[in-house]
Design a protein around this ligand. Structure first.
Ligand SMILES: [Zn+2]
Ligand SMILES: [Zn+2]
Length: 757
């Protein structure tokens, strides 16, 4: 008997070769009907034939889908057969019935690579080759629907060969794929000097590879912006790059030609391999091998961030260098957004790069490389950008009105909420200057326009910190329609972001990070929270307040925090004596004078419960790191110093929900460091701080805790919490970064819980 089904598929189904796949599948199952792109991100499929063929079709639809496609939802409706004579691909519809997810960029696929390396292929050595399964999407889209005329490929009309393949469903990787091109019709690559003057050469890629091998720094325009490429094996080159980029110790990422090359420099587990080769192609932080990579690449750390070549351009370039791997770091001035066009790059990177390998395809949306690390074995985002943005998070109910959230300050991302989705922007950076604020505005505007939300109908949401630059943007948006900015507490937003990922309506959370504005005007960052269904929340506990002598300067020079703690324990004279014993003045640029100033400032009112500051203090006290040259450095290096250590049996206490940090500090000083290994001390300190917070949460009734904030990526901390609650009851962010990049999503989710939207 003839049966029919109408199937609606939502997710990433447009621009990924889904329709030709459906076409072939339907033909193979002897089904008739059609497949059609609807105006949004949905595809409608009508199949008729034998019931068992239809069922097997639906099974295969899920299991054999193209590499880049993601089927979020499949709605099946059994209908009366229409009597189609054949199966066809119908013209795209224009009626938008559902929102469409803008696809992220996809790393180069194996088929494209094979064609690029095949001398008989028409894509031989073509740096912009892509297909249904790979290539840029988000970074070239001006607006939806994803058609070529709405992308920066519109300036490259298809040649006859490409047009033929574009129009023929037989070409499964090219049929109706908006981004395809070839050397005849696609973008062109060229090389310039630091003034933008073109350099004549037979092959810009070979020339650039030669220059890099000679020790030059070359800026390379990729998918989401410029990179700076340089030898990773030459100390002098790496030092010179650090000097020019004014980046003293922050690790550089390394791009490797392929997995085999990556294996020479880092240990690659199976899980890491899956991530490295996934279509998102993130940077993955992995334990380094003692190979020839310069120590200057990641000073003080025994890990390296590695990424595999993810476009033919990168592959061809690396393949011609001597090492087959290079430093490939974001092309920006420290603290500013990544450059996306040559003019900007010449202006900003002209003093850093010697040459520019660039092309004439416009980057519409910037996107840095995403970064993932393993925390006690669990992969977690340090940065969520290219390959992941602008994927959305579906929530459990439809929002009553749209929302726009600006996040916080460091490692920021914005987000919008619309219908049943929260859509975070790509990673923006530290919103501490106007250019980064502009980038945040641009990224949010893109989402506002593409999802057609009305600013006047929207709830505008920001952090409670009174001085964050992102608040300016929130006020600007709110003032357009005379509305107010809705403010959400920083750590509540951290926990709410994990609730959003897990559809939770209430939760216990441990929010641990560097800085967040607290409801009492202090700086929070070691918090045990409970968030209830109606958005009410309670601060159940926290790390003890400690002084921050000199405010921001104490963040940069954590020996000041040590001085502050000593002052509170011992008072001025004794604190001064102990400070001398531990040579604290050597760890401050102003020496003894600064030490005395810090001790005096310790009595001021600025206090913090931030775990970041405590970790910093221990890092300085133990001599691991006493000057922060990048966000989180003392804590990151303390973690590295403590991994694999043993517990010393020294335990932390708690009282009325307050974890007694100072007493713990004191007990360590009284024990003295003699005969103890640094590794064991560093391990114990981190383990115990986490245990204190964990026990407080447990005593308050938590059986399961959500953990977020920058310190939630610390392996020792998470291991400690897992030992209290059991692995499955420690819920970590998985689709969002634990750092402040997840805040905007949490802000929207919290507003939803509170019934504001
Ligand atoms: Zn491909
Ligand atoms: Zn062509």
């Amino acid at each position: 008997m003839l049966e029919a089904a109408r199937i609606r598929v939502t997710g990433i189904v447009q621009g990924v070769g889904f329709r030709p796949f459906v076409y072939r599948l339907a033909k193979n199952c002897s089904l008739k009907g059609y497949v059609q792109n609807l105006g949004g991100s949905e595809v409608e499929i009508w199949v008729e034939g034998e019931k068992k063929s239809i069922i097997s079709f639906i099974e295969k639809l899920k299991n054999e889908k193209p590499r880049a496609a993601e089927l979020d939802k499949i709605e099946i409706e059994w209908v009366k057969p229409w009597g189609f004579a054949d199966f066809e691909i119908k013209r795209s519809g224009t009626v938008k019935t559902k929102l469409s997810m803008i696809p992220p960029d996809f790393g180069m696929c194996d088929d494209c690579l094979r064609e690029v390396l095949d001398p008989t292929s028409r894509w031989y050595r073509y740096p912009f080759h892509s297909c249904a399964w790979c290539g840029p999407r988000f970074t070239v889209i001006e607006h939806t629907p994803y058609d070529r005329e709405n992308t920066s490929m519109k300036f490259f009309p298809l040649c006859e060969d490409c047009r033929k393949e574009y129009s023929d469903p037989g070409f499964i990787r090219r049929f109706h794929i908006q981004g395809i091109s070839c050397p005849q019709c696609g973008p062109q690559l060229y090389l310039t000097d630091r003034n933008g003057a073109p350099i004549r050469c037979r092959d810009p890629i070979s020339e650039a590879a030669k220059l890099i091998d000679e020790g030059y720094i070359v800026a390379v325009k990729g998918l989401g912006g410029f990179h700076l490429a340089a030898l990773a094996t030459d100390d002098d080159v790496v030092k010179e790059l650090r000097r020019r980029k004014k980046r003293s110790r922050k690790p550089f990422a390394i791009m490797a030609l392929d997995l085999n090359v990556a294996r020479k420099i880092v240990y690659v587990t199976e899980e890491a391999e899956d991530l490295l080769t996934s279509s998102a192609r993130p940077i993955v932080v992995l334990p380094r091998k003692s190979y020839e990579v310069s120590k200057e690449v990641a000073p003080g750390l025994d890990t390296l961030g590695v990424i595999l070549a993810y476009t033919p351009l990168h592959y061809l370039l690396l393949n011609e260098t001597r090492d087959k791997f290079l430093i490939m770091t974001s092309g920006n001035i420290s603290g500013y957004p990544i450059s996306k066009d040559l003019d900007d790059a010449l202006k900003k990177l002209g003093d850093i790069a010697d040459f520019f390998l660039t092309h004439n395809r416009r980057i519409v949306n910037r996107a840095d490389d995403s970064v993932v690390r393993f925390t006690d074995g669990t992969p977690m985002f340090l940065r969520r950008s290219r390959g992941y943005a602008p994927r959305w998070i579906e929530v459990w109910r439809k929002l009553e009105r749209p929302a726009i959230a600006v996040g916080a300050m460091l490692n920021d991302a914005g987000a919008i909420g619309v219908e049943q989705y929260i859509i975070p922007t790509q990673y923006i950076g530290d919103v501490e200057n106007i250019e980064t604020l502009d980038y945040l505005r641009e990224a949010i505007d893109f989402l506002i326009k593409n999802y057609g939300i009305d600013i006047c109908e929207s709830k505008i949401i920001a952090d409670k910190h009174p001085n964050y630059l992102s608040l300016i943007l929130a006020r600007e948006l709110a003032s357009k329609c005379g509305s107010d900015v809705y403010r959400v507490q920083h750590h509540v937003a951290h926990i709410a972001s994990v609730m959003a990922e897990n559809d939770l309506k209430e939760a216990y959370g441990i929010a641990i990070d560097g800085i967040g504005y607290g409801d009492d005007g202090m700086i929070w960052g070691g918090e045990v929270l409970y968030i209830g269904e109606d958005g009410s929340y309670e601060r159940l506990g926290h790390l003890e307040y400690i002084p921050m002598p000199g405010g921001d300067r104490a963040t940069k020079y954590p020996a000041r925090i040590v001085a502050g703690i000593l002052y509170e324990i011992y008072g001025m004279d004794e604190a001064l004596r102990i400070s001398r014993k531990y040579r604290l003045s050597d760890k401050l640029p102003g020496g003894n004078v600064e030490l005395k100033i810090a001790l005096h400032q310790a009595s001021n009112n600025l206090k913090t419960s931030s775990i970041g500051r405590v970790l910093d203090a221990f890092s300085a006290l133990l001599g691991v790191c006493w000057e922060r040259s990048y966000e989180g450095e003392p804590a990151i290096r303390l973690e590295a110093a403590g991994l694999g250590g043993n517990h010393l049996g020294l335990t932390i206490e708690w009282e009325d929900g307050v974890v007694q940090t100072k007493e713990f500090f004191l007990s360590l000083l009284e024990r003295g460091f003699d005969g103890l290994s640094l590794r064991d001390i560093a391990y114990t300190v981190q383990y115990e701080l986490a245990r204190g917070l964990g026990i407080v949460a447990k005593e308050e009734g938590a059986k399961k805790v959500l953990v977020s904030g920058g310190a939630a990526v610390n392996t020792i901390i998470i291991k400690s919490l897992r030992e209290i609650f059991g692995k499955k009851n420690v819920v970590l962010p998985q689709r969002l970064p634990a750092s402040d990049g997840g805040i905007s999503t949490g802000q929207i989710y919290y507003a939803m819980l509170s019934g504001e939207i």
